[in-house]
Ligand binder design. Structure first.
Ligand code: NDP
Ligand code: BG6
Length: 487
């Protein structure tokens, strides 16, 4: 891959916001800790609120010190020297004037918009108006890019009028997760899986993203989006793409993204009849999660709402490789446990040679990729149960585990924040793990079809108790094809 010059300045808009404080600034600190930040790399936090540099630095220090990893004073001295803060309204060129002194000497600035997506277009116009959007600059956009296809196109057109596509980095933080990248290695660095990775051998795929957290005070954002737009349109479809895509010819950004977009375009649109059969919307009512009482979504929201906090659906990919292999996706808030998992369920052996009790032991192979809370990849294989048994041979299913957790053992070892990988890639100008415009739009096109079908079919949400695995319909959906969720 051609070397791209590294960025030398990060302007972080929304610097005192939730995302910046919880994820972005700690990620930058850890990159510095590991020696990945270029020498002289500067970080300028920006938001409309007035704050001195000292107050901002103190805020960052407090956040870092509160983390379980603790603060290394030597690294902190180096990192804090990179930090600055400026009060600036990013939506107009005049508001950005205060940034000018901080831009001096920066050859390759990157602008990170940790802001509401409704501002992206205006901010890009303002950056151009202020003369900051140079040919060497890069822009980083957080998800969601719009709320539907039309609004995403509007954002993409406004941003694209200022920045070329290869300088736009649309973040989906799931692509920065260690196991997600490992999925690419697993599929394309082994000869073992590729011959089996198709409808001849695979029965179905399950992707689950379950969270124990509720929506809480994020409802003003969430109520407009719901689980389908907040999680499935982006994170879950990205996971689906990495499972389903054809082998790219290399790891160049466009090679990978060309393959992902083909998958998105092969997703079968839902008709009104299918959406009633193959999808379920849910919303949590009061319940108990992890031994603690949890309020209903409507209580958090303050009034009734039809926004779904759970969605389950069956997706079909209409192409040669996946014809007849359903992908069952489900995601929800206030589930009984936190679990992000991809399960590839293989077909049973075509004929069992085992008679007697062993025939009952026989279960089909499964590849389970755990992303959260633990990272692991397990291949469930059948083998002989040890010892001798009176009734003859017995079989058992045992996991062959890559146990990624073990790689985190040892002094100083820790699990990386997904944003670390992605920030480093933006600094280096590598967009392989970022989402291209046509991907975002293809994903919205499919998701808009689901929303339209829901509306046409008058499908309102079904209640589920906080702490349960969603409405009963989610079980019926998968059981209709004589399969079951892996709970
Ligand atoms: P917050 O509301 O916590 O923070 C937004 C920040 O933007 C504030 O610091 C605010 O400060 C600043 N801001 C608002 N308007 C302007 C403006 N005109 N010019 C400059 N700064 C401005 O939001 P989050 O951090 O939660 O989210 C930011 C983005 O990240 C959103 O797109 C969200 O969808 C996305 N995201 C967030 C995640 C999270 O975990 N929080 C996860 C994934 C995506 P001030 O009022 O002082 O200007
Ligand atoms: C965000 C969604 O993109 O991802 C949140 O907006 C969700 O609703 C979060 O909670 C989940 O991320 P993670 O990394 O904790 O699985």
């Amino acid at each position: 891959m051609a070397e791209t010059p590294r960025a030398d300045l990060l302007v972080l808009f929304g610097a005192a916001g939730d995302l910046a404080r919880r994820m972005l600034l700690p990620s930058l600190y850890f990159l510095d800790f590991d020696g990945f930040l270029p020498e002289g790399f500067r970080i300028v936090g920006a938001a409309r609120s007035e704050m001195s540099r000292e107050a901002f630095v103190d805020l960052v220090r407090t956040d870092l010190a509160a983390r379980s990893e603790g603060l290394d004073e030597t690294v902190w001295t180096r990192f804090s020297a990179r930090l600055d803060y400026v009060a600036a309204d990013a939506t107009n060129a005049e508001g950005l004037a205060s940034l000018t002194p901080h831009m001096q000497g920066a050859k390759r600035p990157m602008f990170y918009l940790a802001l509401s997506p409704s501002l992206y277009g205006r901010v890009c116009v303002a950056l151009a108006g202020a003369g900051f959007a140079t040919d060497e600059s890069r822009i980083v956009l957080e998800k969601p890019i719009g709320r539907d296809l039309e609004s995403s196109k509007t954002i993409n057109i406004s941003v694209g009028a200022v920045f070329d596509e290869d300088r736009i980095f649309r973040i989906d933080h799931y692509l920065g997760k260690e196991t997600v990248q490992n999925l690419i290695a697993l599929r394309f660095a082994n000869t073992l899986f590729e011959p089996l990775w198709n409808n001849l051998t695979i029965d179905h795929v399950q992707i689950t993203v379950a969270e124990t957290e509720g929506v809480g005070d994020r409802w003003p954002y969430y109520d407009e989006y719901g689980a389908l737009r907040d999680m499935l349109q982006n994170h879950m479809l990205q996971l689906l793409c990495l499972v389903a895509m054809e082998p790219p010819s290399d790891m160049e950004p466009d090679s990978v993204r060309n393959e992902k977009v083909k998958v998105l375009r092969s997703l079968r649109p839902f008709t009104r009849a299918e959406v009633q059969k193959d999808s379920v919307r849910g919303q949590y009512t009061a319940g108990v999660v992890g031994g603690r009482e949890a309020a209903a979504y409507e209580k958090e929201r303050g009034e009734a709402s039809d926004t779904e906090t759970f969605v389950a659906l069956r997706a079909d990919i209409d192409n040669w490789r996946w014809a007849g292999v359903p992908f069952f996706l489900r995601t929800g808030k206030r589930m009984p446990e936190r679990r992000t998992q991809i399960a590839i369920q293989f077909k049973p052996v075509p004929h069992s040679i085992f008679g007697g009790p062993a025939s009952e032991d026989l279960v089909a192979n499964r590849l389970v990729i755990d992303l959260q809370p633990d990272e692991d990849i397990e291949l469930l294989l059948m083998n002989k149960a040890p010892g001798i048994t009176a009734g003859g041979l017995r079989l058992q299913s045992l996991p062959l585990s890559l146990s990624l957790l073990r790689t985190y053992e040892g002094p100083g070892a820790r699990r990386r924040i997904a944003y670390e990988r992605l920030l480093l890639d933006v600094i280096s100008g590598n967009s392989t793990l970022f989402v291209r415009r046509d991907e975002v739009e293809a994903a919205w096109r499919w998701v808009d079809g689901i929303e339209d079908a829901w509306r046409e079919a008058g499908m309102s949400h079904r209640p589920y108790a906080a702490g349960s695995w969603g409405p009963a319909g989610a079980f019926a959906l998968i059981e209709r094809s004589e399969r079951a969720w892996l709970d």
